[in-house]
Design a protein around this ligand. Sequence first.
Ligand SMILES: Nc1ncnc2c1ncn2[C@@H]1O[C@H](COP(=O)(O)OP(=O)(O)O)[C@@H](O)[C@H]1O
Ligand SMILES: [Mg+2]
Length: 372
Amino acid sequence: MSEIPPIPSQNDARPSVQIDGVSKSFSGVTALEPVSLKIRKGEFLTLLGPSGCGKTTLLNLIAGFLEADSGELFINSELVTQVPPHQREIGIVFQNYALFPHMSVAQNVAYGLRTRRVPKAEIAERVRETLALVKLEDFADRRPRQLSGGQQQRVALARALVIRPRVLLLDEPFSALDRNLRTAMQVELKEIQSRLGLTTVFVTHDQSEALSMSDRIAVMSRGRIRQIGSPTEIYDSPQNHFVSTFVGDANLFSATLVETDGKKVSLNVGETRLPLTTYQDELPAAGPVTLFVRPEQCRLSAAGQDGAIPATVALSVYQGSYAEMHLDCPTAEGGRVMLRVPAAEALPVGTAVSIALPEQGPAIYAKEEAAA
Ligand SMILES: Nc1ncnc2c1ncn2[C@@H]1O[C@H](COP(=O)(O)OP(=O)(O)O)[C@@H](O)[C@H]1O
Ligand SMILES: [Mg+2]
């Protein structure tokens, strides 16, 4: 009986996918700046970013559907820049399933093995075990249109897995599914992926999907990777304005950086002088900057408190166990700050307050437009 591919050694240091300075433009318009990236064997790496930032372009370059303008691509140390897609041994799942409507589920899954001239008996066995892996063993003879969206996406996943790919690529695979089904499919994919130890590149524009599934996240905007790191690194220590706002909730203040001493900084937010210690290794030059704090790091205190930022309650949104307080704040970028308090501590609209920041934890970024 044939077996699911063995779990690769977790301490194999060679990257599974290596991208060296790969770039792409379409009719002179840059879709992807030169990108370099190493994806470890068995790693679940997510490309996260807004629509149009180059995620699909990068995925299609890895798959070989697009030819790079510059750079080199390696899979398991083999140079594949000039290798056609079907010889790269990559499994791909798209958002729209792309199943063959006239074929049964089993025939859809068998397709990649037939084109690879695998013997019939082995095809039958591998299709059977792969359908079992995605829990569709009872649906082998159905047509795609007789299946729900979630089931169709499992067929697409089985079709990608059956060839025993060296790398699995998924482009927004669950974005057409409703929320509950999406969560269920996320859990299932993660289980299958870690059981098989399969190197996976997953594309999404959904930050919570990225945070919950990934070993590492590459946050992209405008054809560039803006930060790459574990979900905790990305959430706790965003390195720039874009990442801080794209992942999680951010409060941003317009500030003036007065002086720096290593990670210790002194800055002005309006009339308020703040001494802070950041987690950053690199700080922008003195002058106008953006001060970043997560809502959970901000505390509400009485109006006029020394070293805290003046604000006024604009709206309080009851959320059951807590209330979301939206504050008008003249020194905040966009004029608003949000923080959460226990529901019983919500303050009436119009109350003058001040916002106290922790001395450890905020970050200071060079000014940047709200980028897409
Ligand atoms: N085949 C193409 N021809 C022209 N422009 C393209 C093509 N594919 C992508 N683009 C452009 O490249 C940029 C990145 O697109 P894409 O990689 O699809 O982004 P994402 O997947 O992050 O939404 C966009 O500006 C898009 O319009
Ligand atoms: Mg896309």
